[in-house]
Design a protein. Structure first.
Length: 235
């Protein structure tokens, strides 16, 4: 589904990611892990088209999208759940979902909205409520739902569990696993290493913008001191 080849990216003259390469198979969950400032969000934003590319290539199903604008990437099937949710706080749940599906035909958007409410029944109960008045967990549900409204084939999720109670993390991860079973490909940036390794098929670890580990979740769990150096214990 996604191939990253020798990616170098950043913000203006600042290079945040250096020579990162990995493949994400269709229908899998791929976790990007690493300490703060490692380049995880920059990598996600490069895939979405929101940072400057200084070198390398980004391929979506063998099509080179390295320099395609973000709006075109949405039309090609990439959607983002950004760090901090970034909802329209003064708009309702329904209105946020409408914005997420703005590029899709009305009938399909309506059907997708019903599907979002199937995933997150709490959102259906809050559909007229302002997004800014929701709890943190409900806001994360809405951020995922808004991204789903764009009918993605590749979903980028940045810091799913940040600031959330464990129960809310469980709910959101359960929905992501359901989406995976339905064929969606997911790239997950996650600070909770143990939870990420529970759901990911493959893992890439970044540190100071460089790739220091790439392999399966099972290999990551058995990587010993090298893995612990960058992420701490994973029990």
């Amino acid at each position: 589904m996604l191939k990253i080849e020798h990616l170098n990216c950043g913000y203006g003259s600042v290079h945040a990611v250096h020579d990162v390469s990995f493949d994400v198979p269709a229908g899998s969950v791929f976790a990007l892990l690493g300490p703060n400032g490692a380049g995880k969000t920059s990598t996600i934003m490069a895939i979405m088209g929101h940072v400057d590319i200084h070198g390398g290539r980004i391929l979506l199903e063998d099509a080179d999208i390295t320099y395609r604008p973000a709006v075109e990437r949405v039309s090609l099937g990439i959607s983002l759940v950004p760090e901090g949710r970034q909802l329209f706080s003064d708009l309702s749940v329904d209105e946020n979902l409408t914005i997420g599906g703005y590029a899709r035909p009305a009938a399909r958007a309506a059907a997708k909205r019903d599907r979002v409410f199937d995933y997150f029944p709490t959102l259906s109960e809050r559909r007229g409520q302002l997004a800014g008045s929701l709890s943190g967990g409900e806001q994360q549900m809405l951020a995922i739902g808004r991204a789903i409204m764009a009918e993605p084939r590749l979903l980028l999720v940045d810091e799913l569990s940040l600031g959330l109670m464990p129960k809310m993390v469980d709910i959101c991860l359960d929905v992501l696993m359901q989406l995976k079973r339905e064929g969606l490909t997911i790239v997950l940036v996650e600070q909770n290493t143990a939870r990420a390794l529970e759901v990911a098929d493959q893992v890439c670890v970044l540190s100071s913008g460089a790739q220091v580990f790439k392999g399966t979740s099972a290999e990551a769990k058995s990587a010993g001191s090298l893995f612990a150096t960058f992420l701490g214990t994973i029990e």
